[in-house]
Design a protein around this ligand. Structure first.
Ligand SMILES: Cc1cc2nc3c(=O)[nH]c(=O)nc-3n(C[C@H](O)[C@H](O)[C@H](O)COP(=O)(O)O)c2cc1C
Length: 337
């Protein structure tokens, strides 16, 4: 289960008292915000968090992780990617604070490390993964020295014995919004693999062939598919048997089908946290070479599940085990080969 705080990417209509979103610094993003009634509007200028407020947010992450484990999830992933609050703290384009949480990279990474420390103490670092998007630009995120920053962050995370590190490739940094790729982007998995001894997951714009190559070249232990998996609910079988794949869907189509799935799902399957849904995501990892490494991958070699993106900035999820009913509408059935 992925847990996240949207920071400046949220909107005042989503906060109980109508206050503007919070962020490390009062710098607005360059993507539209989504209102409570799903309208896209100009991003608001966020309010810079007071130093005294930060421990409370760290504690929210800890509590969310504890709730996830109590609800039966095997582990949690911190959303440190895609221009959400943790990444807003990490990068100096969004963080111009002058306290202990701003300035040098050691300070900007403190928010992430505080959360890792608290969540690890609560649920165990072997149940915790972190997702990062080095060199990503989505949401107007940027850093003046991204290679130095993420080298430092990943080296530090390596000391904290996480269950996995999940890197998004910058070639597809628009979180699946566009089919256009940044072909000349740095290969994050190849660059940072040597710095991390634990399981490394790599995501974004993979095909079965490029995924197999990344595994073969030992750039990653597993490759994560987003849109292709949504378009092909039986993706693992199709890859295994070299069946043709349905093409990835455009985000807008995914969005409306997500809403339709949510609307039709029995209430019992929708967690309390997800009462204000703003999106659904599915994931699966592909690791043909090491089919028996359940011990290494906390979810087993073929995890499948939906992440449910809630309006208050946190994400819940429904893992699909074979014996559980799938949380999907008939619209999602693209047929099997
Ligand atoms: C509808 C949709 C929802 C997404 N939601 C999340 C999310 O909640 N958390 C996250 O880390 N990434 C999210 N992503 C980004 C994907 O995880 C992934 O990085 C991106 O789609 C690129 O991988 P792909 O080319 O395999 O789709 C989402 C993507 C889509 C299309």
């Amino acid at each position: 289960m992925q847990i996240a705080h949207n920071g400046r990417n949220s909107h005042s209509s989503l906060s109980p008292d109508g206050s503007v979103p919070v962020a490390p610094s009062a710098i607005p993003g360059n993507i539209p915000a989504l209102t409570r009634d799903f309208q896209q509007v100009k991003a608001e200028i966020p309010r810079a968090l007071e130093p005294a407020e930060i421990p409370g947010i760290v504690d929210d992450f800890r509590q969310a992780a504890v709730n996830a484990i109590q609800a039966g999830f095997d582990g949690v992933e911190l959303q440190g990617a895609n221009s959400h609050l943790i990444e807003q703290f990490l990068e100096d384009g969004t963080n111009i604070r002058s306290d202990n949480y701003g300035g040098p990279q050691e300070n900007r990474a403190r928010f992430l490390f505080d959360i890792v420390e608290q969540v690890s103490a609560a649920i165990g670092s072997d149940r915790l993964g972190v997702r990062l998007s080095p060199f990503g630009q989505y949401g107007g995120i940027r850093d003046s020295k991204p290679k130095e920053l993420f080298t430092f962050v990943i080296e530090e995370l390596n000391k904290r014995h996480l269950a996995w590190l999940h890197l998004i490739e910058a070639r597809g940094s628009e979180i699946g919004l566009t089919d256009d790729l940044h072909a000349d982007a740095i290969n994050n998995a190849a660059l940072f693999r040597p710095l991390f001894n634990g399981a490394l997951l790599s995501a974004a714009a993979y095909t079965p062939d490029t995924a197999a190559l990344a595994i073969e070249q030992k750039h990653a232990d597993a490759v994560v598919f987003g849109r292709l998996f949504i378009a092909n609910p039986d993706l693992v079988e199709r890859i295994r048997k070299s069946f043709p794949l349905n093409p990835s869907d455009r985000l807008q189509d995914l969005w409306s089908r997500s809403m339709s799935a949510v609307a039709q799902a029995p209430q019992s399957q929708v967690s309390k946290l997800a009462s204000q849904l703003i999106g659904v995501w599915a994931l699966v990892s592909y690791t043909d070479e090491q089919p028996n490494r359940e011990d290494t991958y906390p979810f087993g070699p073929q995890p499948q599940g939906f992440l449910i993106y809630t309006a208050d900035g946190f994400v819940s999820a429904q893992l699909m085990k074979p014996d559980r009913p799938a949380f999907q509408s008939p619209d999602w059935d693209h047929g099997t080969p």
